[in-house]
Ligand binder design. Sequence first.
Ligand SMILES: *Cc1c(COP(=O)(O)O)cnc(C)c1O
Length: 348
Amino acid sequence: MISFYPGPSRVYDGVPRWTADAYKKGILSMNHRSAEFMDLVKETTALLRRKLRVPKDYSVLFVSSATECWEIIAQSLVERESLHAYNGAFGEKWFRYTQKLNPRSRAHSFDFQAPLDPSALNLGEADLLCLTQNETSNGTALSPRLLKEIRTRFPQTLNAVDATSSMAGINLDFKLADVWFASVQKCFGLPAGLALLICSPRAAETARRLARNNHYNSLAFQLEMIAKHQTTHTPNVLGIYLLYRSLESVSSIRETDALIRRRAAQWVTFFKKHPRLSLLVKEDKVLSHTVLTVTSSTSLQTLKERAKQKGLLLGEGYGPWKETTFRIANFPAHKVAEISKLKKFLAS
Ligand SMILES: *Cc1c(COP(=O)(O)O)cnc(C)c1O
């Protein structure tokens, strides 16, 4: 079965081999306070900087999920209140979780068929702006230009960006935000259970100043530990090792970005010509390159079942679009032949 689910999704072919190597090399029993572990963290971080262009002065933390990142940010970085701009189910979920912890946090929801208008954002007392760069539920994305505009408009405000379904797929300019996070079961092509939280010096400074040390995963505490190449808890060591091995073999993010954009453009053309299927998102400017959301004039249930019989797993719709759409992941681990097979099936 080839999974086109936008997470967990198809993993790299190297995963079984790397896992066997991890077993042989004793990684599965590795102590997380050992020199070997600290080396693994050092080398994985160096690869993230080299392959994904994570800036030198940004800290990289290893946590368990993007959902955990939502909680860490809510507990460690919100001084007065956060403002959440979203157009879909993941951004809204982030807001709802945060609001339970910080009742003053506010929402700015916007139409998913049009770009976010930065001039409509009322920051008020907010000291943290939360954005979902790639909204996996509806297949929209915030463009680099928009992120830049937001940065320029609100230079004093920390911003946190959920890039769960785009990091390692598209070339992100990390300097345009203070906190970035993603879990690895999407564009990284790896099994679930590991996420990266990437933090600017300014965010680190805020975390230290607020010193919210009443959680095992407090940002201040984690930053203190990662300075020693360690984590606050026993982390997913196998996950970190698989990340290390996969990063060794992937292309630079510039090349991957070009590949993903080219494939996305081909998908757009495919659906524009299709007699029964069309993209949910009508405005090209807001289209995600890594997640496509598709509507159909005929039964989706039948289509998904027929796909399964062909060994193709389509992503279910999500949130408000659960019943009316299916989703296709356009992630780096997908192969040309697999994409062709899916297109052939969808065209039939
Ligand atoms: C998948 C996803 C999440 C949740 O990720 P977990 O690793 O399951 O916590 C959060 N945000 C976005 C945008 C996602 O696509």
